[in-house]
Design a protein around this ligand. Structure first.
Ligand code: ADP
Ligand code: MG
Length: 662
């Protein structure tokens, strides 16, 4: 028997932590969040195998910690296993950076608030710093991972098919979505081969975050819940599908839109997933085949009641369980998975009952109103005998005649009045000089411009910072942010996604339209002149601008019309029927008439990316006139309400007040 070389031991243990591209992204993102980052950019090249880069604006790594940052089992987050009982960070094992170094070439650029400038470090396979140089990046940390799995050809081989690579991208997107939901304040972008795949701006709360991730159509079909249990101490919160929800919007064939968190940590907890799924399929959508509901649940329990150290990627946790107690748990905690499930069942029952009651009450009220109206209509029609109707008709005619006479009289008197007034006009001389009038006008204009025009100053060293003053305040303006918001608005309103003909049309069967109003909306849209086979194409900018070309083949009645998607945009990954349903839902539920009111979430995200890209093409130095022009367009087109760019950064920052002289 021989001892394995240190290099092999490192490789073997690392390949348990870093199993895929998504595991690298997860570890790096968790490090950024643990460092209090509020903005994270994730960039991949060639599905992450050439390059994975995460840039954050977090606390950075202190120079003293740099030599050990990628040494295995060095961590700044805990000091001993007891600290796990009060764990508030995602990471704690001090393994990730070291393991990533084993599998790839790693560069880390970092700057803390105390550092004057950032430094880029190059690390070797054992996590040692081999060289360093100053860098231009701002506060935060950027980790660049190059040539992942170069020394593990079999693992790389696993991703040799296009399908596997695309699945990996989907998994990364789901992972980022999970953190985006649980961290509303986080701004996050995800780019693959320079194309923005997905992004989310900073928002105020979980509901807004859930909406930013899944779209308003889905969230309007969900119900928020909160539950607080004292013994065992547990707090549940999140969103579940409403009992009356549109099954097409609130379910998926897989669990890609099911989000479970334990103490803000995204987890894959089979029992909870199964429970929600059972309820959804049994109680809400009886006819559906084992669908996975869209939902989000955060379970908050004392950290001492959870063992997060179960599997290397921490995506499963162990809650204290009666017959299977984890090695890291203290004796007196009582939270178990079963107890949690009981709580969830109770909670959903109450939610269901409440919702049902609301619907029944509303339906009762609607029925009552309908009965009242139809009774009134019946009574009226009986009362109004034919004779009476004739009488009424005659008197109406009489009224018309007498009105005409009144009108003639009025018209006559008006012309007479005018005539008399003309006779009464007298000529009066007033002292007036054109020169003095012009002079006064100029003075007035001068005064106006002195008062109104704010001062605009350019800070030479910062191309995106302009000092701007109003009457009372001094502010700093970033014209690029304004341009970005203006571009985004214009794209939302006017951009036409190019449509590509599909090889095989997608037939929109009735089962696709879980809500019959969707089909009705489509059938009522204008269509181009009918072709020889009776079919025609729908002509509606809400469809065409969003990249859908739909053919309508008339049936015996409007409800039997057949609809087919014959062309679709290929700009957006995984674009399709759910996105069309988002458009129709906006039309049906929000009466969306304009294109910008019914952009699907994926299109909004794509257009945000386009606005950012186009804005980057603006010249680096803008003239004063350019900036004035930007300010004018900002006031005219964005009004007073809209004050932030696509990333949620404000256009202007207040600096100070101008002291008032008496
Ligand atoms: P762990 O997260 O378990 O501590 P890692 O290997 O992931 O272990 O990271 C090692 C250490 O490097 C962390 O404890 C942290 O101090 C530092 N670190 C890593 N990434 C970042 C980051 N993005 N920002 C600030 N510090 C970081
Ligand atoms: Mg970590």
């Amino acid at each position: 028997m021989k001892q394995l070389p240190a290099e092999t031991v490192r490789l073997l243990s690392s390949s348990q932590v870093i199993t895929s591209v998504v595991s690298v992204v997860k570890e790096l993102l968790e490090n950024s969040l643990d460092a209090n980052a509020t903005s994270v950019d994730v960039k991949l090249e060639n599905y992450g195998f050439d390059k994975i880069e995460l840039r954050d604006n977090g606390d950075g790594i202190k120079a003293a910690d740099v030599p050990v940052m990628a040494m295995k089992y060095y961590t700044s987050k805990i000091s001993s296993s007891e600290d796990l009982e009060n764990l508030t960070t995602y990471g704690f094992r001090g393994e990730a950076l070291g393991s990533i170094c084993c599998m790839s070439e790693v560069l880390i650029t970092t700057k803390t608030a105390d550092d004057d400038y950032s430094t880029q470090y190059i690390l070797d396979r054992s996590g040692h710093v081999t060289s360093q140089k100053p860098s231009h990046l701002g506060q935060g940390t950027t980790v660049t991972v190059l040539k992942l799995f170069k020394n593990l050809p079999v693992r790389k081989q696993f991703y040799s098919t296009d399908k596997k690579c695309k699945e990996e991208i989907k998994k990364i997107q789901k992972l980022l979505m999970a953190y985006a939901i649980i961290k509303p304040e986080l701004r996050i972008t995800f780019t693959h081969n320079k194309t923005i795949m997905w992004q989310k701006t900073k928002v105020s709360d979980h509901k807004m975050a859930f909406m930013a991730v899944l779209g308003t159509a889905v969230v309007s079909n969900m119900i928020a819940f909160q539950h607080h249990g004292e013994d065992p101490e547990v707090f549940l919160s999140g969103f579940l599908p409403k009992p009356s929800s549109d099954g097409y919007l609130t379910s998926h064939s897989g669990s890609e839109r099911s989000f479970i968190f334990v103490n803000n940590r995204p987890v894959y907890q089979k029992e909870i997933l199964k429970l929600v799924q059972q309820y959804y399929n049994l109680k809400l959508h009886k006819n559906s085949n084992r669908l996975c509901p869209v939902f989000f649940i955060n379970i908050t329990i004392p950290p001492s009641a959870v063992d997060v150290n179960l599997i290397p990627d921490k995506s499963q946790v162990l809650l204290h369980n009666k017959d299977h107690r984890s090695r890291l748990l203290t004796e007196n905690t009582k939270v178990s998975t079963e107890e949690l499930m009981v709580k969830m069942e109770e909670m959903w029952e109450t939610l269901n009952e409440e919702e049902k009651k609301k619907y029944e009450e509303k339906a009762g009220r609607d029925l009552e109103r309908y009965n009242k109206q139809s009774k009134k209509a019946m009574d009226q029609s009986i009362q109004r005998s034919t004779k009476e109707r004739e009488k009424k008709h005659k008197s109406k005619l009489k009224d018309c005649l007498s009105n005409q006479q009144k009108l003639d009289k009025h018209f006559h008197s008006q012309t007479e009045k005018k005539h008399n007034n003309c006779k009464a006009i007298k000529a009066v001389q007033v002292p007036f000089s054109m020169d003095s009038f012009k002079h006064k006008l100029r003075m007035l204009e001068q005064k106006e411009s002195d008062k109104e025009e704010p001062c605009l100053l350019h800070l030479q060293s910062f191309p995106d910072a302009w000092i701007i003053t109003s009457e009372k305040k001094i502010m700093i303006l970033n014209p690029y942010r304004v341009e970005e918001a203006l571009l985004f608005k214009r794209l939302l309103e006017n951009h036409e996604l190019p449509t590509e003909k599909l090889d095989k049309p997608i037939i929109l069967t009735d089962s696709v339209f879980s809500d019959s109003r969707y089909k009705e909306v489509l059938c009522n849209m204008p269509s181009e002149s009918i072709r020889f086979d009776g079919s025609s194409y729908l002509l509606d900018s809400r469809l065409s601008a969003n990249g859908f070309k739909i053919k309508i083949i008339p049936g015996v009645s409007a409800m039997e019309n057949q609809l087919e998607i014959v062309g679709m945009s290929n700009r957006l990954p995984y674009y399709g029927v759910p996105d069309l349903k988002e458009i129709l839902s906006a039309v049906v539920n929000n009466n969306a008439k304009e294109v910008h009111e019914c952009r699907p979430l994926k299109v909004v995200n794509y257009l945000e990316g386009e606005a950012v890209r186009l804005c980057r093409q603006l010249p680096l130095y803008l003239s004063k006139e350019d900036v004035w022009d930007t300010i004018c367009r900002m006031e005219k087109q964005l009004g007073n309400q809209h004050k932030v760019c696509v990333h949620g950064h404000p256009f202007v920052h207040y600096l100070t007040d101008i002291p008032q002289s008496n």
